[in-house]
Design a protein around this ligand. Structure first.
Ligand SMILES: C[S@@+](CC[C@H](N)C(=O)[O-])C[C@H]1O[C@@H](n2cnc3c(N)ncnc32)[C@H](O)[C@@H]1O
Ligand SMILES: Nc1nc2[nH]cc(C(=O)O)c2c(=O)[nH]1
Ligand code: SF4
Ligand SMILES: [Mg+2]
Length: 245
């Protein structure tokens, strides 16, 4: 008899419980499973330790069983929402992990830039797509982005979350939101002082982030863009660039 093995998942870190610091689930207690590896390299990425291949020796291929034991240990066996992030978590085979968690009453939210579509997206409870604005240096392939929406098949709750640093980014956000008028849109002021990997003590310029937040609120109110929600990264306000929170 052969025993079917689920493929391993490349994990950068598992941490929590903490609160979700961004977007549609802000404030909700959650455990993070952060996968290693990304097909993008945004100029201002705040999570390079899960992106830059120089750090791949810190990423571990883990079985669903091992990941699940760690999530259960952190949650004290009590079901909660698991946040799947990265890197780009869509690179990893996460379907069996979601299935395992659902069988025990857990929920799953995933964050991705929308560059890689997977069939298991339809098993998620929440899918946050975060297309990257011009300041990132990345370009969105809207065909791939729409493939992600198609895979979700309107089963998970969907949201757009767009990081904004400047006027060009704001215009990008407006255009992206206009393409998908039924999706709730969250605007997130960029952190222009992201940490270099390993430098958790890197100072955060909270005043600068708050200035950008005020500017963003002015923009949406002047434009009468009343569907947009403007939210800072709550965990950055609370803990700065600290990792694992
Ligand atoms: C680190 S990414 C990982 C998931 C996925 N790769 C993505 O970008 O959506 C999680 C979220 O953090 C945002 N982010 C990354 N660096 C940031 C920064 N310097 N300031 C504000 N948000 C940032 C991303 O845009 C994304 O919405
Ligand atoms: N508390 C907390 N909230 C978050 N929301 C998105 C995060 C991420 O890095 O993907 C993140 C994170 O790293 N910590
Ligand atoms: S897509 Fe996400 S994880 Fe990848 S480089 Fe950009 S912000 Fe970082
Ligand atoms: Mg982060």
């Amino acid at each position: 008899m052969t025993i079917a093995r689920t493929p391993e998942i490349r994990v950068s870190e598992i941490f929590g419980p903490t609160i979700q610091g961004e977007g549609i689930l802000i404030g909700l207690p959650t455990v993070f499973v952060r996968t290693g590896g990304c097909d993008y390299r945004c100029s201002w990425c705040d999570t390079l330790h899960a992106v830059d291949s120089d750090y791949r020796d810190q990423w571990r291929p883990m079985s669903v069983d091992d990941i699940w034991q760690e999530v259960l240990r952190l949650s004290g066996n009590k079901p909660l929402t698991v946040s799947l992030s990265g890197g780009n978590p869509a690179i990893q085979p996460l379907g069996p992990l979601i299935e395992r968690g659902h069988s025990q009453g857990f929920r799953f939210a995933l964050e991705s830039q929308g560059s890689i579509a997977k069939e298991w997206f339809s098993a998620l409870d929440v899918l946050v797509l975060s297309p990257k604005p011009p300041s990132s240096g990345m370009e969105t392939d809207w065909h791939s982005f729409e493939a992600c929406l198609k895979m979700a098949a309107e089963k998970p709750q969907l949201a757009l979350k767009i990081v904004v640093f400047d006027d060009r980014d704001y215009l990008f956000a407006r255009t992206a939101a206009a393409r998908y008028p039924t999706l709730p849109v969250y605007l997130q002021p960029g952190n222009h002082t992201p940490p270099a990997p390993g430098d958790e003590e890197a100072r955060v310029d909270l005043d600068g982030i708050m200035d950008r937040m005020l500017w963003l609120v002015d923009k949406v109110t002047e434009d009468r863009w009343f569907e947009a929600r403007v939210l800072p990264q709550l965990h950055v306000l609370m803990w700065g660039n600290k990792r694992g929170v």
